[in-house]
Design a protein around this ligand. Sequence first.
Ligand code: ATP
Ligand code: MG
Length: 461
Amino acid sequence: MIRRFVKKLFKSPGAPAAPAPRSEPDIIPLKTHGITHDMLSRGAERVCEDLERAGYQAFVVGGAVRDLLLGRDPKDFDIATNATPEQVKRLCRRSRIIGRRFQIVHVMVGQELIEVTTFRALHDDDTATDAHGRVLRDNTFGSQADDAARRDFTVNALYYDPYDETIHDYHHGYADLKAGKLRMIGDPEVRYREDPVRMLRAVRLGAKLGLEIDTATRKPIRSMAPLLDNVPPSRLFDEMLKLLTCGDALTCLKRLRAEGLHHGVLPLLDVILEQPLGERFVEQALTNTDRRIREGKSISPGFLFAALLWHEVLANWNQRKAKGEISIPALFAAMSDVLDRQAEKLAITKRLVGDIKEIWSLQPRFEQRSGKRPYALLGHARFRAGYDFMLLRAETGEIDPEVGNWWTAFIEGDHNAQETLISQAPRDTAPTKKRRRGGNRRRRGVASGEGSGSPTDHSGV
Ligand code: ATP
Ligand code: MG
């Protein structure tokens, strides 16, 4: 009681001042919005049906409604309900409760994953926040109106009822969407303080959906960007991954930079883009990625981060070599330097760090084309990623395009063609085994991936 009183007296700068919720939504009928229930996925329909049959309310909400209204294929379907996570879990087979900060239920229907969230209550003075006003826990349940006021943008707070095919709209999201506007619900400053990741979401959704960020929503971003420092690195990583794989990564990254947001997530980006070839390299990598995503092809997040950070590795590596360090150990040291610095802000998962290191450390081996070395490299489990990365380097002028052409011919050629290519290839610049002298040096070479020639030897990569 006393704590509550004191808390009221000394509100932290970011103590969430909840936007006043509208208690009644506009009901938009089918003939206006045109979304029929068969436009939903099978899983979304099924889960809503199960919940409604048991007497609960269930709506498709968020990105799926927004995307359907824009004539786009929704990435996934989220459902909001007045049933608690426990009740949802009891009702839906193959479901489990996940999350701590936000409890949600994952329901599997066939191959499809549906996320079901319970309507959340508005924040009040008892909501747990950190010193900057960031909301730490959030599992108090409320009404649909509360839930709508808690969502980030008006276009994300549209609730589609599959039963009567109406859309419930509390914050004029329908009109905003039709006008091409991305508008924050409530006071943008307060909402960014509650969750700074919303700044990144504004940039991503604006770029991906071609929506203009409303002036009041955009204005505080530049000055509030430092709040991203305070977000757990793993959450930033998730959001950056979404951004890089949304199909408009290049536009997103340019906008992040324009808003000054990249310092918080990719602190090295400015440095990288200032490297002589860095900007071209990052742009080419993202253009290729965006194209692949639009064509429905898979992309590798490890490849993407490897590309984003490569020119920083190169700069560091070159400095080390200029100081007389041995090439391959210098590359490995440069890789660690760059990844360590990046990890302070954005936690790239361990598995991805492994992929990134592999892609980078394979690069010197593409320049070694004598003897059995090309066969050994071709047999490497991560050859394809390394090869694509090397092509990117050739495409952007970092290495001689001849190296890229040689490898393409080598992959496509039969054994005779491969032998001819090897005989015509320039001599390796790296020392061969025979030329190596003392034991120490030899051990270092092998351990650092200078290649022993055996197709199964992936040591050091
Ligand atoms: P997409 O899935 O296409 O990236 P989305 O809007 O569906 O976009 P999700 O992360 O799936 O994004 O979130 C689903 C919904 O949850 C959003 O539409 C929004 O209503 C709400 N939401 C997500 N993140 C936040 C946030 N940080 N603050 C407030 N509401 C959020
Ligand atoms: Mg979604």
